[in-house]
Write a protein that binds this ligand. Structure first.
Ligand SMILES: Cc1cc2nc3c(=O)[nH]c(=O)nc-3n(C[C@H](O)[C@H](O)[C@H](O)COP(=O)(O)O)c2cc1C
Ligand code: SF4
Length: 517
């Protein structure tokens, strides 16, 4: 009898030794003459337990973790292959509270299936959305996505369906689907986990997007620091072509759609959609003024649906189960689920897919278990490097786009970066300006020059030089950047700076409200 053992091949697990564990499982199984089939699955998203090894037993999958290669011999001795008791045994994987309480629509298969087996993808519900879309006219696909309430998961939260409606209505041909997989936000990894853990889901979502807007070619603009995802996507695209999920005869329908991967240029601004299109065209990643919208004049000046990985990966379930099914999750105008990513100083970092409406406090304490250092959590930055810093008084705000914005925050791509009470918030404000200065594309003055001046002014404030005058200057500078920048890079950099000053004035040597006595 051959036992099946899962050892994640995801880069998060590999970075903490999953390859060594997989080799050791194979070596010891061979030395003991025990039949073992090893599947390199995606990560379950519980990073403090990686490498998380699972074994298939008659009563379901049993998890062990975190497993080091030195533990493997002992695990075999303890009866690993039949789910034997061991100090690293976590019981049935599905019963681990962190996983059990999630609402995994987009991540439904991640960690469960072999990411590169199309047959397994299909056996676990894959391709049903594409099949449904192939039986619909483009307008109906678009309207189904509009009704689902799906909003862009890349940051701006614009309605996916309405964007697609614009591309569908554009007259120029050909049209393109471009997947934004640049994933530059600090503390984010959900795009990577999908690409490494369930790549066919993204390809299926892109094919549906192509059918919806009338495009036959898609591109994935992939973050250059994701070599594992690049390799997995390459293999997945080849397997998808062989199985008719991509190519010139989609699932035997006679319809066409194909995908190519393009490696990103390694700059944060290349995630901004117009800079990304420039980069895809082979040019330096500089922001283009809008209008024209990429939906009308995008890649090579042609109509282009630009969407984030998670947006596209959310689409198959909508086509399969219906717009209403998806819209039943969430609250207000934030419908569906979002894979939140817990990072920074947090005990249980990882991926938590939940319906909108969960609070930061639930994420930080019920899932995250508090700070990794054991000290009080002082500040949280949600939504990447351009997101505001929030103090504990905001932790009960529901994570819904509108409610969170009203509380001064931005959900963005769902990254949550945690800081304990040793953080110096004036230093973090300086870092926000410095990041902007380094990553600015340089096209407009408020961002290019303003961010450099911002670093200098914060340095002077931190050194206690003319604090009142310099704080006034900092506010002025932020106002100019907010209102005068061409894109959200310069436009939103003031958010982390001003929120740090507003909520943590003492770190700037100021009084509440940011004033100096
Ligand atoms: C500075 C900057 C960086 C961005 N980086 C990313 C990114 O890495 N990935 C992404 O999907 N969107 C990013 N965006 C948002 C994109 O411009 C765009 O809104 C998004 O790709 C559209 O897809 P969606 O509607 O599915 O979210 C960034 C925006 C800005 C201003
Ligand atoms: S705000 Fe910054 S990144 Fe955006 S266009 Fe201006 S210089 Fe470029």
């Amino acid at each position: 009898m051959t036992a099946t053992v899962y050892v994640p091949g995801d880069s998060a697990a590999r970075s903490v030794g999953a390859d060594d564990v997989a080799h050791e499982v194979a070596r010891i199984a061979a030395s003991r003459n025990e039949g073992v089939g090893i599947v390199r699955n995606g990560s379950r998203g519980m990073f403090w337990l990686e490498p998380l090894l699972e074994v298939v037993t008659p009563s379901g999958r049993i998890a062990y973790g975190p497993v080091a290669s030195e533990d493997v011999a002992g695990l075999f001795e303890a009866g690993l292959l039949t789910g034997g008791a061991h100090r690293l045994c976590l019981g049935p994987t599905d019963e681990i509270p962190y996983l059990k309480k999630q609402e995994r629509l987009t991540f439904a298969r991640v960690g469960i299936t072999d990411p590169l087996q199309v047959a397994e993808y299909e056996a676990h519900g894959g391709l049903a959305g594409l099949r449904a879309a192939l039986g619909m006219v483009p307008r109906d696909i678009v309207e189904e996505v509009v009704r689902s309430g799906l909003r862009g998961r890349g940051g701006a939260a614009f309605s996916c369906g309405i964007k697609w409606r614009t591309v569908l209505g554009a007259e120029a041909l050909p049209k393109y689907v471009v997947c934004n997989a640049d994933e530059g936000d600090s503390g984010t990894f959900s795009d990577r986990m999908i690409m490494e853990g369930d790549p066919f889901l993204l390809l299926e979502g892109m094919a549906i997007a192509g059918l919806a807007v009338g495009a036959t070619q898609g591109f994935i603009y992939l973050r250059s620091e994701y070599p594992d995802a690049e390799r997995t996507l390459g293999l997945a695209i080849a397997a998808a072509r062989a199985a008719g999920l991509l190519g010139d005869n989609l699932l035997g329908s006679g319809r066409m759609f194909d995908v190519e991967v393009r490696r990103g240029a390694g700059a944060y601004i290349c995630g901004e959609e117009t800079a990304m299109l420039e980069s895809l065209e082979g040019k330096r990643g500089m922001v283009r003024p809008k209008p024209p919208l990429p939906a009308l004049e995008g890649l090579f000046g042609l109509p282009t649906a630009v969407n984030n990985v998670i947006t596209l990966a959310s689409v198959p379930a909508i086509l399969d189960k219906g717009a209403q099914y998806y819209a039943n999750y969430g609250m207000g105008r934030s419908q569906g689920t979002l894979p939140f990513q817990l990072a920074g100083n947090i005990k249980r970092g990882g991926l938590v897919e939940k319906a909108f409406g969960i609070t930061l406090r639930e994420l930080l304490y019920d899932y995250g278990g508090g700070s990794a250092s054991g000290r009080p959590i002082r500040a949280v930055q949600v939504g990447g490097p351009l997101g505001a810093y929030l103090p504990e008084s905001r932790f009960d705000t529901p994570l819904d786009y509108e409610a969170f914005a009203a509380a001064g925050g931005m959900i963005g791509h769902g990254g949550v970066v945690v800081f304990d009470d040793t953080v110096d918030m004036a230093k973090m404000a300086r870092y926000a300006m410095e990041f902007c200065a380094i990553e600015s594309c340089g096209k407009c003055t408020p961002c290019r020059i303003g961010s450099r001046r911002g670093v200098e002014v914060i340095d002077q404030i931190r050194a206690g030089q003319k604090p009142a005058a310099n704080l006034a200057l900092l506010r002025d500078l932020c106002d100019t950047m907010t209102h005068g920048s061409l894109c959200a890079m310069g436009g939103l950099t003031p958010a982390p700076v001003l929120s740090a000053l507003h909520h943590f004035p003492e770190d700037f040597g100021a009084l509440p409200g940011g004033k100096v006595s």
